[in-house]
Design a protein around this ligand. Structure first.
Ligand code: GLN
Length: 307
């Protein structure tokens, strides 16, 4: 067996029995997921992709879309303009908190729901279809293949999405969202409902890790500077109100999603995607985090490790 494959399969086996946590109950379609699924994929600088476990399982990207849509907004408008609408500070609050910066109404950062909705609103439309189309096309370039939306998850999110709609209306009252709130919030639900596998997630993470260049297709999807900006925010804010302990234990920029996906990367070295649907109280995959902690320990990948 290929040695990298064997090593990754070993790490997967180390955590296989850890079944703490619960499925995301607040989106009915996600509560119907198969909880024992477990998969891991890693991609290196020359596009070598290794995937183990249930690597063919497709799941929705959810909040792992947030760093990539932030990247698209940075590319479209530039950093200064984007920062007028969303901050880059850790919020220390749950991902769906109803909380905006005093005075300006800006959300704390683009990786919590409020900030992600504001960022989605910055992607040029006009209107839902144009905005959604542009986001799907952008996410597909990060993944290196044409991605699609899971229409049942989208319908389920939209049917139960009043908290996110409330955030949208609150931000519109501050001028952080311009135009129709529904055009922005529905585009956000659609971006969260994009279907991916762990291999897609690894390639997307890899595109950030390798300075914006997709390691599979060779396409320069975003500038090196944008990739650096996005990785910086992932380092401080990617795991919501667990970002500090994540940095301490794992030491890799990362982003989670409530369908159980987790992406992480080491700049210039690799991109990784993990899938395990049970979540902890912060909405982060329980076994996914253990898996990445183990991977970081085994390979000495913590960013502050002495080499
Ligand atoms: N679509 C989900 C929501 O808006 C995404 C949240 C997440 O993945 N943490 O609630």
């Amino acid at each position: 067996m290929d040695p990298i494959h064997a090593m990754l399969a070993g790490v997967l086996d180390d955590v296989r029995d850890r079944d703490a946590g619960d499925l995301a109950g607040y989106i009915p379609e996600l509560a119907a997921a198969e909880p024992d699924r477990l998969a891991l994929a890693v991609i290196g600088p020359r596009g070598r992709l290794t995937a183990v476990g249930d690597a063919d399982s497709a799941f929705t990207i959810q909040s792992m879309s947030k760093p990539f849509v932030f990247a698209l907004a940075l590319e479209a408008l530039g950093r200064d303009e984007v920062l007028r609408f969303v901050g880059v500070e850790p919020s220390g609050e749950p991902f769906n908190a109803i909380s905006l910066e005093h005075g300006t109404g800006r959300p704390a950062n683009p990786l919590i729901n409020a900030g992600a909705i504001a960022t989605t609103g910055l992607i040029p439309g006009p209107g839902l279809d144009a905005r959604s189309g542009r986001i799907l096309e952008g996410l597909s370039r990060f993944a290196g293949r044409r991605l699609t939306v899971d229409e049942s998850v989208y319908a389920s999110e939209s049917a139960t999405g009043d908290r996110n709609r409330a955030l949208g209306h609150l931000m519109r009252s501050h001028g952080v969202i311009l135009g129709e709130v529904s055009d922005t919030v529905e585009a956000y639900f659609r971006q969260c409902s994009v279907l991916v596998t762990v291999s897609d997630v690894a390639v997307m993470a890899g595109t950030l890790a390798f300075g914006g260049r997709n390691p599979l297709t060779g396409e320069q999807v975003i500038s090196e500077r944008t990739a650096r900006d996005v990785i910086s925010v992932m380092t401080s804010c990617g795991m919501y109100d667990a970002s500090g302990s994540w940095l301490l234990r794992v030491g890799l920029p990362a982003k989670s999603g409530v369908a159980g996906g987790l992406l992480a990367l080491a700049p210039s070295q690799f991109g990784v995607g993990v899938f395990s649907p049970r979540l902890d109280a912060h909405g982060n995959s329980t076994r996914g985090q253990l898996l990445l902690e183990r991977l970081s320990d085994v390979f000495g990948m913590h960013m502050f490790e002495q080499h």
